[in-house]
Design a protein around this ligand. Structure first.
Ligand SMILES: C[S@@+](CC[C@H](N)C(=O)[O-])C[C@H]1O[C@@H](n2cnc3c(N)ncnc32)[C@H](O)[C@@H]1O
Length: 216
């Protein structure tokens, strides 16, 4: 049985048995194998842009004796998305993720995105709202001395609030403390002569604390 890291397991917690998934940037393929092995999804395609990464997935899938389709592809370019309703994209930066989600035509039937970006979460949330995806849930986990944000977006005309776009859903006390601490660290590093910038950051800190205190 495949055992996932805490980080990869968070992605698996967002799938449902009716999901027909592409694991974009599957690398080793562990997540795809785990989802198929445990019958957590209806179907899954494992895909990667890098032939070496995909070969590693192909070898691991072969060893697992499971039937999982693999595709060499830049994002969705070579993938037949007719039956696909869910994408998992994890372990990349927001710029790459937005590049992958750039083809609006291919997203027509995709009603669920499970995303673990490495950076620029506010840009990701804003851009996905613009594309018609609403941030419905978010899990924050601390794994191997790092915080990871895993986001569930669903196709919906609903928009997230400005605070949700800026800071996320703020539903984890420990992560909230980390966010506050991050802003404090930034303030500390701003020299006193740059008073206007310091004041802006203090305002941001006040806004963040207020948002946390009003989030249920
Ligand atoms: C750091 S690995 C993450 C692997 C796995 N998703 C995880 O979270 O552990 C990033 C993977 O994304 C792949 N990748 C990067 N850009 C891509 C793109 N445009 N389309 C498909 N795969 C891509 C890389 O080749 C690499 O295998």
């Amino acid at each position: 049985m495949t055992k996932l890291s805490k980080r990869l397991h968070t992605l698996a917690e967002f799938v449902c048995e009716n999901d027909q998934v592409v694991d974009i940037g599957c690398d080793h393929g562990y997540l795809s194998i785990y989802l198929k092995e445990n019958k957590l999804v209806k179907d899954i395609i494992a895909s990667d842009i890098n032939p070496n990464a995909l070969q590693s997935a192909i070898t691991n899938i072969k060893n697992s004796k499971l039937k999982i389709k693999t595709v060499l592809s830049d994002g969705l370019d070579n993938i037949d998305v007719k039956k696909i309703n869910t994408l998992i994209i994890s372990g990349m930066g927001t710029a790459t993720i937005l590049h992958i989600l750039g083809n609006q035509e291919k997203l027509k039937n995709i009603n669920k995105l499970i995303i673990q970006s490495n950076n620029d979460y506010h840009i990701l949330r804003q851009e996905l709202n613009n594309k018609g995806y609403y941030l419905k849930d978010e899990k924050y986990i601390y794994d191997k001395k790092k915080w990871y944000v895993t986001s569930l977006f669903v196709k919906s005309p609903q928009k997230n609030t400005k605070t949700e776009i800026a800071y996320g859903l703020l539903n984890n006390q420990e992560y909230n403390k980390y966010l506050i601490n991050q802003v404090k660290q930034i303030i500390k590093k701003i020299p006193f002569i740059k008073l206007d910038i310091k004041v802006k950051r203090y305002y941001q800190l006040w806004q963040l604390k207020k948002a946390i205190s009003t989030t249920k």
